[in-house]
Ligand binder design. Structure first.
Ligand SMILES: NC(=O)c1ccc[n+]([C@@H]2O[C@H](COP(=O)([O-])OP(=O)(O)OC[C@H]3O[C@@H](n4cnc5c(N)ncnc54)[C@H](OP(=O)(O)O)[C@@H]3O)[C@@H](O)[C@H]2O)c1
Length: 250
C-alpha cells in the first residue's frame, strides 16, 4: 500500500500545469488534496476530477487574508496537514528597467510572499504530523538567470534560500524540507506573455546565447515532476532528499 494513503496535502497553483499533475498524483496515491489557486472554473474542474479526495481552495497567494482563509478550510475539512507543496509561480518577460508596479507585486507576491504566507499557516498543522514535509518548487534559471526574467529568477533564488533555511529551522519540529528544481516543462506557463515583450526577450536570449542552452530537448511532462514529488515524499527513516533537479533528457 502507498505510504500516502490517508495523508493530507495542500498544493498551490493546482488549477493547471505542474500543480494539477502533482495534485492528481497525490490523490492517485491515496492522499486527500487541497488545491489552491485563484477562483476559476479550471480550479473547480481540477478539484472535481479528484472526487472525494479533492478540496478546492480558491485564494490569491498575494493576499495573506486569502491564504489564512484557505488554511481555515484545510483545518476544518482535513483536521491537519502532512504535506505542503509550494508550486505556484508567475513570470512576465520584462527588463528590470521597464518593470511596472503591478507586475513586480504579482511576481514577488505569488512566488515569494505566497510561500511565506503558506508556510506560516502550515507549520502549526505540520508539527502534529509524523511525516511532515514542505516541498518548494524552483527553477533551473536560478543558476544562470535569463535576461528579461530576472525578477522571476530572483524570487526563485530567494525561495531556494528560504527552503534551505527552513530545513534547519524546522528540523526540531520534525518537518522535512525539500527544494525541487524544475527544468523546461510542457505547461501553459508562457501562454499569456505579452507578444511584444516576448519578441524582445527572444532577441536578447538569442544574442546572449541563452536559447541555444535550452533547445535540443523537448520539454518534460508535468507528470514527470509529479513522479519526482512522490519519490521525495516516500523517503522514510533517517534520510531526506534535501534538493532534487528534474529536467528533460533528450
Ligand atoms: N513550465 C516550465 O517550463 C517551468 C520551468 C521551470 C520551473 N517551473 C516551475 O514549476 C512550477 C509550476 O509551473 P507551471 O509551468 O505549472 O505554471 P502554470 O501552468 O502557469 O501554472 C501556475 C499555477 O499557479 C497559479 N497561480 C498563479 N498566480 C497565482 C496566485 N497569485 N495565487 C494563487 N495561485 C496562482 C495558477 O492558477 P491561477 O492563474 O488560476 O490562479 C496555476 O495554477 C512553478 O513554480 C514554476 O516556476 C516551471
Amino acid at each position: 500500500m502507498s505510504a500516502l494513503v490517508g495523508r493530507t496535502a495542500l498544493v498551490t497553483g493546482a488549477s493547471q500545469g505542474v500543480g494539477r499533475a502533482l495534485s492528481r498524483a497525490l490523490a492517485d496515491a491515496g492522499a486527500r488534496v487541497g488545491l489552491l489557486a485563484r477562483p476559476s472554473p479550471a480550479l473547480d474542474e481540477a478539484a472535481k476530477e479528484l472526487g472525494e479526495r479533492g478540496l478546492p481552495l480558491p485564494a490569491d497567494l498575494c493576499d495573506p487574508d486569502d491564504v489564512r482563509a484557505a488554511f481555515a478550510t484545510v483545518r476544518r475539512e482535513f483536521g491537519g496537514l502532512d504535506y505542503l507543496v509550494n508550486n505556484a509561480a508567475t513570470a512576465r518577460p520584462h527588463r528590470v528597467e521597464d518593470s511596472d508596479d503591478v507586475s513586480l507585486d504579482r511576481e514577488i507576491g505569488t512566488n515569494l510572499l505566497g510561500p511565506l504566507y503558506t508556510v506560516r499557516e502550515a507549520v502549526p498543522l505540520l508539527r502534529r504530523s509524523d511525516v511532515a514535509h514542505i516541498v518548494n518548487l524552483s527553477s533551473e534559471s536560478t543558476a544562470d538567470p535569463f535576461p528579461f526574467l530576472l525578477v522571476y529568477a530572483a524570487t526563485k533564488s530567494a525561495l531556494e534560500t528560504l527552503t534551505r533555511g527552513l530545513a534547519h529551522e524546522l528540523r526540531p519540529d520534525g518537518i522535512r524540507c525539500t527544494l525541487l528544481r524544475v527544468g523546461q516543462t510542457a505547461t501553459g506557463f508562457k501562454d499569456d506573455w505579452d507578444p511584444e515583450q516576448l519578441e524582445k526577450a527572444l532577441h536578447a536570449w538569442t544574442v546572449g546565447g541563452f536559447r541555444a542552452r535550452v533547445s535540443g530537448a523537448a520539454p518534460q511532462s508535468p507528470e514527470r515532476v509529479a513522479e519526482a514529488l512522490l519519490f521525495v515524499l516516500q523517503q522514510t527513516g533517517g534520510s531526506v532528499i534535501g534538493e532534487l533537479s528534474v529536467r528533460a533528457y533528450p
